[in-house]
Design a protein around this ligand. Structure first.
Ligand SMILES: [Zn+2]
Length: 479
């Protein structure tokens, strides 16, 4: 009895000490007119089919931009296409809705990318560039990533105009090129050459997170809103050593040195780190999980709970990436040699390191150099970009979370940290607060179609996403 009392007390103390949800419940303004979203969705589906049919595999964004420009023109919305002289087909499109009355608020950008990755038709059950509808789902490369989301944004954007909502801030529809291959012709080009376009904007809604159902927590629908991204540190390595004969190996030679160095790097900094923001992510998951998982998740940062949770986190590659600085060995190569019996004088390697917010990529590179020193390995930074983060205590983040969960009973919104990079990283660097959500509710098998085979979006999700984005924009207006 005493024991039970004690454990109950510990439970309540822990629960109350660490109770905190990152999402404030905010009253949503009533929308005073009705939109026939079923009808709008027929239009949305047709546009998405057209966009999928325009093959823009890491190229040809101009054709998409021209299509969108024509459509916007019909609605009386002017737009402009931007591309460098050298790469005129890698085009970006900008359209802006201007408030009718004088305004003081900074604007909001609906950011999307209209390039897609390759699709091997032989692996697909439907052709990847035909936009076919099968069982109320639109199939095709880009259906989710991210022509589908671009269409949701477009529907929301058009609805603001059509419904004559009295907007009090500028709203930009921004279609970017080249996101899938590093954004040289897209976000990076636009920010470098046309930064003025963005100076009156404070917010961006873009990709980065998705809503999931039955993923991780059975039965739960979770709107994973991306607020931060890890940093990238890509290192080029060169190990040197005496060349020699494979039959009489010396104690140290280049390939062996590199492997030993790799072992040391993998042993370095393996801690699971739960920041304030990640803690709130787990807390939200806990609020839709059943006991005892709910208890552990809600108290993730508690020093008594953390060791118990660490094992679970390490086993899941996504949760592990969210809570640790990861290091992946992405290359090992000796000089091209003739036979199996040569100790190469030089061995080359590659490391892909992803760093949590709060860490500095250059400082981290220095630590790796120190580990490399005893092995005589040269470490060169091939590319680096630091972590980036937008605040959770932000009106747009809170509105997006509240609007999203209002659509699905018992769903929850959670602040999501991406292991990978999107264009949000570029725009956060110029002071724009970016939040990433594709408000389509995906099951585990749907998430696998991203960059995979049979990518598709349900018509229901297309409608839901358009509604959520429109209502989010609506709520940001001081009506
Ligand atoms: Zn994407």
């Amino acid at each position: 009895m005493k024991k039970l009392f004690l454990s109950c007390s510990v439970f309540f103390v822990l629960n109350s000490c660490f109770y905190s949800s990152p999402i404030r419940t905010i009253p949503l303004k009533r929308i005073w007119y009705t939109v026939d979203w079923n009808k709008r969705n027929e239009e949305a589906a047709k546009i998405l089919q057209d966009l999928i049919r325009i093959k823009s595999v890491r190229s040809n964004e101009l054709e998409v931009a021209l299509y969108l420009q024509k459509l916007l023109r019909k609605e009386g919305i002017p737009s402009k296409i931007y591309a460098s002289k050298k790469h005129p087909t890698r085009a970006n499109l900008v359209a802006v809705l201007e408030p009718r009355r004088p305004y003081i608020n900074k604007g909001i950008i609906l950011g999307n990318h209209v390039d897609v990755v390759e699709a091997d038709a032989s692996e697909w059950s439907v052709p990847p560039f035909e936009g076919r509808i099968v069982n109320s789902r639109i199939y095709g490369r880009g259906a989710l990533d991210m022509k589908g989301l671009a269409v949701m944004q477009l529907m929301a954007f058009l609805e603001l105009k059509r419904s004559e909502v009295p907007i009090d801030r500028q709203v930009m529809f921004l279609s970017l090129a080249d996101e899938e291959s590093g954004s040289m012709h897209g976000a990076r080009y636009m920010i470098r050459e046309h930064a003025d376009l963005f100076k009156d904007y404070e917010w961006m809604l873009n990709e980065g997170g998705v809503a999931t159902k039955d993923v991780g927590i059975p039965g739960a629908t979770i709107f994973n809103i991306q607020y931060a991204e890890k940093g990238n540190l890509w290192l080029k390595l060169k190990a040197k050593g005496a060349s020699g004969h494979g039959s009489v190996p010396v104690a140290e030679y280049s390939a062996l040195n590199l492997i030993r160095f790799y072992e040391k790097v993998l042993e370095f900094d393996t801690s699971i780190r739960i920041t304030d923001e990640t803690r709130t992510y787990f807390y939200q998951l806990g609020s839709v999980a059943s006991f005892p998982t709910s208890f552990f998740l809600k108290n993730a940062s508690n020093p008594l709970i953390r060791p118990l949770l660490s094992g679970t986190l390490r086993k899941n590659k996504h949760l592990s990436a969210m809570t640790s600085n990861t290091k992946a060995i992405t290359g090992i190569r000796t000089e091209e040699g003739e036979g199996y019996n040569v100790l190469a004088g030089e061995t080359f390697g590659k490391l892909d390191i992803r760093i949590l917010p709060g860490f500095d990529t250059l400082e981290y590179a220095e630590k790796i150099r120190e580990i490399a020193k005893p092995f005589g390995i040269e470490v060169e930074i091939f590319d680096e970009i630091g972590p980036d983060l937008s605040p959770l205590e932000d009106e747009l983040f809170q509105i997006l979370a509240n609007v999203s969960v209002s659509k699905i009973p018992k769903s929850v919104a959670a602040p999501f940290l991406s292991a990978g990079k999107t264009d949000n990283a570029r725009f956060r660097r110029i002071g724009i607060r970016c939040y990433g959500l594709n408000p389509a509710i995906l099951e585990a098998k749907d998430t696998e179609t991203l960059h995979g085979k049979d990518e598709n979006i349900s018509l229901e999700n297309l409608k839901l996403g358009s509604m959520i984005l429109f209502e989010t924009l609506y709520q940001t207006m001081d009506l």
